[in-house]
Design a binder for this molecule. Structure first.
Ligand code: DQA
Length: 113
């Protein structure tokens, strides 16, 4: 498989830096993208870094990753807790997909668990 990693970001992550900094910190999404690119380069991967507020975009990108990427890291934001479509998309591809979050969702409201 190609040496591309997709890093996918869901809704409201474009507002990092000004969005609830007490929870998500002061870094912008551009800062995080730069970190991902630098780390990817060290490991020999090109990083394809994307953000969308729209669930269908994330579904389409997971399908695309299934064809071209070695792996996916996804912070699906609030869709993590609600989206059966994303769950099914991840199950539909063979490419490994890792879910991640900036905050500890298990230490927050029940609906984020
Ligand atoms: C988040 C956690 C989600 O519960 C929340 O809706 C987000 C961000 C995180 O990175 O901590 O948008 O995914």
């Amino acid at each position: 498989m190609a040496s591309i990693l997709f890093v996918l970001n869901g809704p409201n992550l474009n507002a990092l830096g000004k969005r609830e900094p007490g929870i998500y910190g002061g870094q912008t999404l551009a800062d995080i993208e730069a970190l991902c690119r630098a780390e990817g380069e060290k490991l020999g991967f090109a990083v394809d870094f994307r953000q969308s507020n729209h669930e269908g975009d994330l579904v389409d990108w997971i399908h695309e990753a299934g064809d071209v990427a070695a792996g996916v890291a996804i912070n699906a934001g609030a869709y993590t807790h609600t989206s059966i479509a994303l769950h099914d998309a991840i199950r539909a591809v063979k490419t490994p997909v890792v879910e991640l979050h900036l905050s500890n969702v298990h230490a927050r409201e029940d609906f984020r668990h």
